[in-house]
Each structure stands twice: as structure tokens, then as C-alpha cells.
Design a protein around this ligand. Structure first.
Ligand SMILES: Cc1cc2nc3c(=O)[nH]c(=O)nc-3n(C[C@H](O)[C@H](O)[C@H](O)COP(=O)(O)OP(=O)(O)OC[C@H]3O[C@@H](n4cnc5c(N)ncnc54)[C@H](O)[C@@H]3O)c2cc1C
Length: 495
């Protein structure tokens, strides 16, 4: 059932077994999986069923440190379905290596392993309509084995990667799951209502209720046995921090960790692989880029050898279009007014590749609270995003390894942008502000996604990630939500 909070009378209290805040990838997956097991859920969503300027206004943040408008301002959506209303649907499970501690990366290592997630990755793949959990690049199966390859098989430092994209009918989660929510007898979704504070009980060990503010300004209350915040990495931290009327410094923040270790997948510019002999016809990578998403990453062995963080480069699909001139030549021709070269064949002369990389966990990159307030009087987030010299050095070395591998094939040379470019921006993948760790002094949440110091407050989404890997985050967000549903369902059955 879907209700509009703005037309519910002031002061109403909703009761459920479990209360989920946010209806994005994490919240929708969790709430619907719980109802499938007969559990009564109330889900609160700040926005409406479609984009609305009022809820969008609530996304405003203040920026400190490395300021980039696009990092947080245009990369989140605040209505039913959350940011899946404009995501790309590219999926890849985190490789086992990402969960392990890396001695060269302080604060790395997850309290769970890939094996713990395997069954849930399988369920997530089937839910999202993906044919498998992890796809391997198999030139024979892909029908391109007879073509030359830009990064040859057996290269020690670089390997090809190939992604799956969610089928169109499952891409916009708010659209394809809306009917399930509307017709559910066990799920009540209260829209146009923002949670503004989390209230602990007198013991300070449990959450008693959530306070919501509907458009119109009236207050609604939500009570449950367990509560889960699924509002994205910035808002999850913000909600814990603003809930400070009883516990100074905010909830779960005994060790001053809430909001710290904020990470993204920095992205900068487009590189080119200049083909040695374009007339020879498309390489495997060019040929496949017509229909597949593919690229290269550094191998775990190379990462251990050179102390690298995760790195990926994608082959940009438009690479396949005829390219009469390089962009630089076109720009130069515009500046000088001189005509550009004429090309005598329409074979692509270069591939474009896009770079994204992992950041080292950094406690000083963080979400804090600004003194400015939103329309409900709640303090806005103040985001201080850092890119460390170590991040840049790692990206630089990774790009060098890819360039060398391409050069060794004899088929091309890589021209890449200045990795230190101050325009480097985030990839729309905010992570890490309520990181998981077994030790409460190292992380806000435990291996079951529960806030260490609170018996019934849980977190969903990529704010849980201790490290960000190079893989896209959302397949793992959905996977963790299914795992959390299992855990919460078992708790509900325990008297
Ligand atoms: C342009 C772009 C492309 C992307 N492409 C990919 C991709 O190809 N692959 C990939 O893996 N990831 C991609 N992502 C990232 C992906 O969109 C996010 O990882 C994912 O949507 C996060 O899910 P979530 O449920 O944690 O948060 P969200 O989807 O952001 O949902 C959070 C929900 O909480 C609600 N909310 C927030 N605060 C409150 C409050 N106080 N009270 C009530 N409700 C609240 C919001 O309205 C929202 O509905 C992309 C992101 C962008 C910006």
C-alpha cells in the first residue's frame, strides 16, 4: 500500500515489525524481501512517485575540501526508487580480493568475505534478471577469438573485464517494483515524508521511534522492533549525526566514526588508444564494444606487487563510430579557423576509454553537519571530499600498466589525461560513511550491518563499505539488502 504522508493527520503513529527508511535500491529490495516472508514493514520515502522540486531541494549539501559540484549535487535522486531513477544499471560482483585486507592500504578488509555473500549474489542476480553473478571475458564464447586483442591473454598485470547491464525492464527499480508495493498487504510505504530524527529509548541502547516530517510540515511517528536506514551514504551519516538531542555527537558515534571514510570512484577524462594500423579492421575490444560493456583492470597480483588500489578503464561504446578527426584536431581547427585533415577511410583510428578508480579509505574525507538548515529545519550535510596523493599515484601506475600492456600487443598506444587534473570528479558512487568492522573502534556497523552501539538500528547501502573496490556498487547493495533481510527475518521469529 502506498500512502501520501502529506494527507495523513498530524501526530499519527505507524507500527510495524520493521521500519525501512528510503525506497532506493537498498530500501525497496529489503522491504519487499521482508514482506515475502510474512513480515510487516513500513517504508518511509522522502519524495513522491515522480521527480519533484520539493524533495530535490532536500538533497542540498555544503562542500568543503575538494569541491566538485557533480560529486554530490547531481548524483542522487530523492523520490520513489531513489538514485536508480537515473543509474546506468551496470553490474559486477565484488571480486573476493576486495574483501581481503591489503597491507599497503590502511583500514582495508571487510568483516565478511565473498563466500559469505555468494548465495545472496546469486539471489540478487536472479532478482535483477542477470544471467550470472560474475562474467568472465571469454573470446571464444564471445565469437571474437579470431581477431587481434589489444591486451593479450596472459598479461601479468592487466586483465580484461566484461560487465552485465540490467535488462531494461528491471532498470528503474521504482517503476518495476511499484505494483508490488501498491498491492502488498504487509508493506505500507509512506511517501512525501522525510525522517528528521531517530529517537533512542531511555536505555540509549535501542531505538524507540523515528520522527518524520511530511510536506505540509506536520509530524508523523514510526515505531518498530528493528529500524533500517537506506538513504544513501551521505544521508545515512547525516541522519545519525542530526539525531543528537539526547546523545551528543549523534547516534552510533561513540568513536567519532560516523561520516568518516567517505569515498567515491573518482573519474577523470577520456583517454585514447591510438590504433597502430586502423585499416586492419576492428580488434576484439572494438568489435565487442558495439554490444558489450568491457574494459581492463589491474590483476590482484599487480595490485599486491605495486601496492595499488582498484582501477578500471572502460571502452567507450561511441568508439565504434567513424572518427574523421581527433577531438583535439577539431578544437584546434575551431580556434585557428583552418580546415581539418581529410580522412580517406572510415575505420576508427582510436578507441576512447574512461577511467574510474578506488580511493584509499581516509578518515578525513567525511560527511559532517553544516550550520545551514533545510526546509524542515534539519542541518544540511557538509561534505569534505579528499583525493589523496596515494590515490593519484595508484591511478597513475595502473594507467601506466594498461598502457604498457597495450603497447606490448603492438596494436596501439595509449594517450591518457593528466590524472592529477583538478577537475577529477566522483563517479556518483558515494560510499563508506558507516563502514563495517568487527571492532567498534574501527567501524560504525558490525558484520550484520547493525550499528555497534544500538541493538535494533541497521544500515543498508554502500555506506557500509570499508573499501570501494573498482566494481560498481549497486549489485552489492542489493546483495547486502537480501542478506540483511535474512538476518532481520530470523530476529523477528525470535521472541
Ligand atoms: C549517473 C549515475 C549512474 C550510475 N550508474 C550506476 C551503474 O551503472 N551501476 C551501479 O552499480 N551504480 C550506479 N550508480 C550508483 C547507484 O545509483 C547507487 O549506488 C544506488 O542507487 C544507491 O542505492 P541506495 O538505495 O543506497 O540509495 P538511493 O538509491 O539514493 O536511495 C535512497 C532513498 O532514500 C530516500 N531518502 C533520503 N533521505 C531520506 C529521509 N531522511 N527520509 C526518507 N527518505 C529519505 C531518497 O529519497 C531515496 O529514494 C549510478 C549513479 C549515478 C548518479
Amino acid at each position: 500500500m502506498i500512502l501520501d504522508g502529506s494527507s495523513i493527520p498530524e501526530g499519527k503513529t505507524f507500527d510495524a515489525d520493521i521500519c525501512v527508511v528510503g525506497s532506493g535500491a537498498a530500501g525497496l529490495t529489503l522491504a519487499l524481501d521482508l514482506t515475502r516472508r510474512g513480515i510487516k514493514v513500513v517504508m518511509i520515502e522522502s519524495g513522491g512517485l515522480v521527480f519533484d522540486g520539493r524533495s530535490n531541494q532536500l538533497l542540498e549539501v555544503e562542500m568543503a575540501g575538494r569541491t566538485t559540484e557533480t560529486l554530490v549535487k547531481t548524483t542522487r535522486e530523492r523520490f520513489f526508487g531513489g538514485t536508480t531513477n537515473h543509474w546506468g544499471g551496470v553490474c559486477r560482483a565484488f571480486d573476493a580480493f576486495e574483501f581481503e585486507p591489503h597491507p599497503w592500504m590502511p583500514y582495508s578488509g571487510w568483516p565478511i568475505s565473498r563466500a559469505d555473500l555468494d548465495p545472496y549474489y546469486a539471489s540478487a542476480a536472479s532478482l535483477l534478471g542477470l544471467p550470472e553473478v560474475s562474467r568472465t571475458f571469454d573470446a571464444k564464447a564471445l565469437g571474437v577469438a579470431d581477431r587481434p586483442r589489444l591486451v593479450k591473454e596472459g598479461e601479468p598485470d592487466v586483465e580484461p573485464i566484461i560487465w552485465r547491464r540490467i535488462p531494461d525492464e528491471h532498470l528503474r527499480m521504482g517503476q518495476w517494483r511499484r505494483q508490488e508495493v501498491e498491492t502488498s498487504q504487509l508493506l505500507t510505504c509512506v511517501m512525501n515524508t522525510s525522517i528528521v530524527e531517530i529517537h533512542p529509548d531511555a536505555s540509549l541502547k535501542r531505538i524507540a521511534s523515528l520522527e518524520g516530517r511530511a510536506f505540509g510540515g506536520h509530524t508523523l511517528h514510526f515505531r518498530a522492533r528493528d529500524f533500517v536506514l537506506c538513504t544513501g551514504a551521505i544521508e545515512n551519516a547525516r541522519l545519525l549525526l542530526v539525531s543528537d538531542s539526547v546523545v551528543k555527537g549523534g547516534l552510533g558515534n561513540e568513536h567519532d566514526l560516523v561520516g568518516r571514510f567517505f569515498m567515491d570512484h573518482p573519474a577523470n577524462g577520456i583517454s585514447q588508444v591510438l590504433l597502430t594500423d586502423p585499416a586492419k579492421g576492428p580488434t576484439q575490444e572494438q568489435f565487442l564494444a558495439k554490444s558489450e560493456l568491457l574494459g581492463w583492470t589491474t590483476t590482484p597480483a599487480a595490485r599486491a606487487k605495486y601496492h595499488l588500489q582498484g582501477f578500471m578503464s572502460w571502452v567507450w561504446p561511441r568508439t565504434l563510430a567513424p572518427q574523421p578527426q581527433f577531438p583535439q584536431e577539431l578544437a584546434m581547427s575551431k580556434l585557428t579557423g583552418l580546415p581539418t585533415d581529410k580522412r580517406d577511410n572510415d575505420q576508427p583510428r582510436y578507441l576512447e576509454i574512461v577511467l574510474n578508480w578506488e580511493q584509499a579509505p581516509n578518515p578525513d574525507s567525511r560527511v559532517m553537519l553544516s550550520d545551514k538548515r533545510d526546509i524542515f529545519g534539519v542541518r544540511k550535510p557538509l561534505v569534505h571530499w579528499d583525493v589523496l596523493p596515494q590515490d593519484l599515484a595508484s591511478a597513475h601506475k595502473s594507467m601506466e600498466l594498461i598502457s604498457l600492456a597495450v603497447a606490448r600487443s603492438g596494436l596501439g598506444r595509449v594517450r591518457w589525461p593528466d590524472i592529477t587534473n583538478p577537475l577529477t570528479t566522483g563517479g556518483g558512487h558515494q560510499m563508506g560513511t558507516t563502514r563495517m568492522a568487527n571492532d567498534p573502534k574501527q567501524g560504525v556497523t558490525n558484520a550484520n550491518c547493525r550499528v555497534h552501539s544500538l541493538e535494533n538500528l541497521f544500515i543498508g547501502g554502500s555506506s557500509l563499505y570499508p573499501t570501494g573496490g573498482w566494481e560498481h556498487p549497486t549489485f552489492t547493495i542489493v546483495t547486502l539488502a537480501l542478506r540483511l533481510a535474512d538476518h532481520l527475518a530470523a530476529r523477528v521469529k525470535t521472541p
